[in-house]
Design a protein around this ligand. Sequence first.
Ligand code: 4AD
Ligand code: MG
Length: 434
Amino acid sequence: MAVTHVAQAIKRPAAQASLSGWIHRKRASGGIIFMVLRDVTGLIQVAVKKDLVDEKSWQQAGEAAVESSVSVSGTVKEDKRSPTGFEMEASSFRIMHASEPFPITEYQSTELLLDKRHLWLRSQKMINVMKARSYVFRYAREFLDKRGFFEVTPPIITKVGGETGADMFETDFFGTKAYLTESSQLYAEAMIFSLERVYSFVPSFRAEKSRTTKHLAEYWHLEPEMAYYDNKKNMRLQEGLISHIAQRLANSEDIAKALGINPADMSAIRPPFKRVSYEEALKILNDKGFPLKWGEDLGVEHERALTQEENKPMFVYNWPREIKPFYMPINPKDERTVLCSDLQAPKGHGEIIGGSERVWKYEDLMERMAEVEKAKGVKFNMSNYQWWVELRKYGSVPHAGFGMGVERVIKWLLNLDHIRDAIPFPRMSNRLEP
Ligand code: 4AD
Ligand code: MG
């Protein structure tokens, strides 16, 4: 088998290899040019020796600047002195494309790295995060597909708000006011009446101005919706999903190692996750010296105080009815609350999942929507919600679902400082480029 990639070459030292990649680093030392070559599978040191290659190879190796794309053939051997542990001795070297001086050097401002995002994606950090991101997408789908879920595709342009409706991007749709979806939940709900268990996995858009380390204006939103589920079953599905992603990532050793993650810690993220009611959470917070009154939402400092000591995510369930959306049903055992849960990541990484049962009876829904209008001082344009409300008229069933913010999960699992590094081209209130 021809050895064409760095990872293969390292597994089969002494083999002849023909590698294509990019020059990651370069230095010359007398009659030898040392390079570190990068391809998708890793890094390897390459030594081009004047005495051992033809004249053209020597000349091109001399000319090739960092980030040039190149092809190099030679023999690989283990070499303790090499920064990568292996060295390829080149027998031939060619430039595919000679790079201009690369604008990113060792120490750069965060702003420059964001402006040059299209190039910064070649950094070792971003390469590994983007691989892990791809795995998170794969493992999430894998978990749900195995359980008989169907992936469904909701529209992105819509007339309805899925949450508050207050932070939606407006667009002109052939003369009609339309919005970029803030949640696909309402459309996923429509599909359970034929497919029973579905998920949509598309972006949601939030026009929130808040500049925090966990808000994006465009994020990838995994939204499962299940017929006949109550919130207990809903929470079990959520912890199963998160645990599956963590187990599979823990076994992707290359990723774990590259990102400085301890696979044992990662694989300890297993069910059951702690469950505390909103009321209990208030008590815990008050005891910790972070006073919060009934009916108030958790702020960043509360989330941190609540989860700082945790190693696994934690559910906060049954929130006050006045601060949760119109589709959440009243808890019959405590009418101050609705049947819902938020999943909080450890160490203050914040809410990674929001889920609930759904109001599934027509009259209850009319009442709940009227109540939310009053509490929040909003007015639903009922003609836009007509189709969704109508689902409650034709063979409605109890159901539940949740929404997982993928970048929030990645930020937490990879312990990133900022959510923008969990997505290749972040969209934030102050960033639309590249
Ligand atoms: O809590 P949210 O707003 O809930 C919904 O949209 C429900 N309709 C979901 C459902 O039940 N189908 O958003 C769900 C999750 C949050 O827990 C968070 O992980 C993520 O979406 N999220 C964001 N991620 C990045 N940037 C933002 N601005 C986000 N807003 C929410
Ligand atoms: Mg939420």
